[in-house]
Ligand binder design. Sequence first.
Ligand code: SF4
Length: 350
Amino acid sequence: MKQYDGLALFSGGLDSILAARLLMEQSLRILCLHFFSPFFGHPQKLAHWSSIYGLDIEPVDVSEEYVDMLRNGPVYGFGSAMNPCVDCKILMMRRARQLLGEYGTRFLVSGEVLGQRPMSQRRDTLNIIRRDAGVKGLLLRPLCARLLDPTEAEESGLVDRSRLLAINGRGRKEQLALAGHFGISEIPTPGGGCLLTEKENTRQFWPVLRRLTRPCAADFRLAAVGRQFWHGDRWLSVGRSRFDNESYPPLLRPGDLLFKVAGFPGPLALGRGSRPWDAEAVQEAAALMASYSPKARQSGAEVSVRVTVDGETHCVSVLPRRETLFREPSWEEVSAELQILHKQSGRRAE
Ligand code: SF4
């Protein structure tokens, strides 16, 4: 197995690329860890990134522990949407620290820049992340290291501190110049594509967290597909495209309901809940999903919907309609619940 000196948290964003390359320029051997979950990460891009950025990258699946953190409630609260940035960083750092021994490595690296984001990259927050993750002395932030206390890797002489940087603030000029220095021509767009920072995705994910008894990563994967409707703790996901429809069968779990209009083209829909569905809920869900079949709706008559549960299929007759017991939670409702949590926690991430 190839030997490495340090493990770098690698999001695929420019700062994480530069942090690793800066240390590799000192002939240090760096292995990048790409964390992924239903909300962030692109493990399918690793081969491409590896070839264009000249990095060794390993995927790390943190889906279940991430959902545990969401279920328990992030200690430092949510950001402007459902993004628990401070707790997220602590979780990733902790996991990276656990992997240090496994790879025979001596320090951790992150591309954080002091003052780049209003909350999660403030000096006090960086210190909280370092403390709560138990990585004090181990975590090197090469892009702003000269503004921070020296780490063990610097004090021991393994890393030459004088060749590290003192970038501060939100500007990108220094990072772009550094990218030029390393010959990086494909500059990733800022933001990283975390679904939890988007209101529209939060509207889909939040009810899963609040209404299911014990949501798991597979539930959040389903919430990213199609359009989501809720009736209490009963959840109906209706496909919006062929891609959505093809996504449902592999996502099916025991007890799930798969709906399909008989005799008309239309979407698939997947029903799930923390307890078995009663006949009324099945009828209402069937009427709603059938309303997304234009031909079934235009027929003006009752249509038959096939409902399959654990391999057994039965049919229900419904008049396609949009007004049912199932509804899509609005951003305003979700946001109001998030605000209550912000007030309760008294803390807020960015
Ligand atoms: S935006 Fe926040 S929650 Fe999302 S991956 Fe980044 S740190 Fe984590």
